[in-house]
Design a protein around this ligand. Structure first.
Ligand code: NAP
Length: 294
């Protein structure tokens, strides 16, 4: 397996696939020497290189795990050199554009299946990787034109690394992820920016767990999130406008002293949150519960 972009997700997939015996040899690709050294250090790869084409060799699986905005360039670069019959998959956090680029740029001699593990943390690089990262999580797949036996093979590999595969349409993926992942990220960042702008010093000593919980994901990689907001702009805008509507409702209710309206919003939120993690959502209970994504 060649892992192009052997950061947190690429290295975790490599570690998990090696642990499960899905692959026997991994070649990692990263631009920075420090990333390559880390990937070797944590045992995610047998070899690392900065040369994408060299890494392809006679790979059976090519796992592309660079930020979404860099996917197109990687597809262009690898397209002429992909071994016939190999499976190309990615870990990108948005799917419509990535799947479109793959369909346009990759040769018909290979199979492409878009992927998005519902796993990951706000950290980055192979040092943040773990063979257990996917355990009990959902792994979304967009098979597109890939033949059923190829999809079945990838689904089986995903089960072996501890995750539950779930096939989804790329547009549907992006619409849902705007609410389940992209809006939460934007909100965590907006909260951090608002507090930073308030100029209040030493706020941590005046907070319990809430501030830590609600700002945690704002610490994530800027390049990755810049690309996600750009690639899914329409759905992110719709979700953000919905959020703005609620915020404005709060402002109006508080401004006018409408206690009942405030109470009703609090109650709607409380009930929704209570139900949200009460039972596995969107997957068969036998497949495990969806986890927080990137
Ligand atoms: P990461 O730890 O920062 O790793 C990114 C990797 O991509 C590194 O190896 C980096 O190489 C390489 N890279 C960065 N920019 C590049 C460029 N312009 N051209 C070529 N290579 C480049 O990030 P990650 O968290 O593993 O995320 C990887 C992918 O998984 C992204 O598409 C992200 O949207 C998706 N994803 C992330 C999460 C999450 O929670 N983190 C969850 C699901 C999916 P260097 O180190 O040499 O710069």
């Amino acid at each position: 397996m060649a892992v192009i972009g052997i950061g947190q997700i690429g290295a975790s997939f490599a570690l998990a696939a090696r642990r499960a015996g899905v692959v026997d040899r991994v070649i990692g690709v990263a631009r920075k020497q420090t990333t390559r050294d880390e990937a070797l250090g944590v045992g995610a790869a047998d070899e690392c290189t900065a040369d994408v084409v060299e890494a392809l060799g006679d790979a059976d699986i090519v796992y592309v795990s660079v930020p979404v905005g860099a996917m197109r360039g990687v597809f262009e670069q690898i397209a002429p050199h992909l071994p016939a019959g190999c499976l190309v998959t990615d870990a990108g956090s948005t799917k419509a554009e990535v799947c479109r680029w793959a369909a346009q740029l990759l040769p018909e001699t290979v199979s492409f299946i878009g992927g998005h593990p519902m796993a990951g943390t706000e950290k980055h690089g192979p040092a943040a990787a773990s063979a257990e990262l996917f355990d009990g999580t959902t792994y979304l797949l967009c098979p597109g034109r890939a033949a059923q036996p190829v999809t079945t093979r990838l689904e089986s590999a995903i089960r072996r690394i501890g995750a539950a595969p779930l096939v989804v349409d790329p547009d549907q993926h992006d619409t849902i992820l705007a609410y389940s992942s992209h809006l939460p990220h934007l909100v965590a960042v907006a909260l951090s920016v608002a507090i930073a702008r308030s100029g209040i010093e030493g706020i941590v000593r005046f907070s319990a767990g809430g501030l830590r919980d609600t700002t945690r994901i704002a610490a994530a990689d800027v390049d990755m999130w810049r690309d996600i907001f750009a690639a899914n702009s329409e759905a992110v805008l719709a979700a953000t406008r919905a959020m703005r509507e609620v915020t404005e409702e709060f402002i109006e209710a508080i401004e006018t002293g409408d206690v009942q309206r405030v109470e009703s919003l609090l109650e709607t939120g409380r009930r929704f949150r209570e139900k949200l993690y009460a039972s596995p959502v969107g997957v068969d209970s036998s497949e495990g519960e969806a986890q927080d994504s990137d």
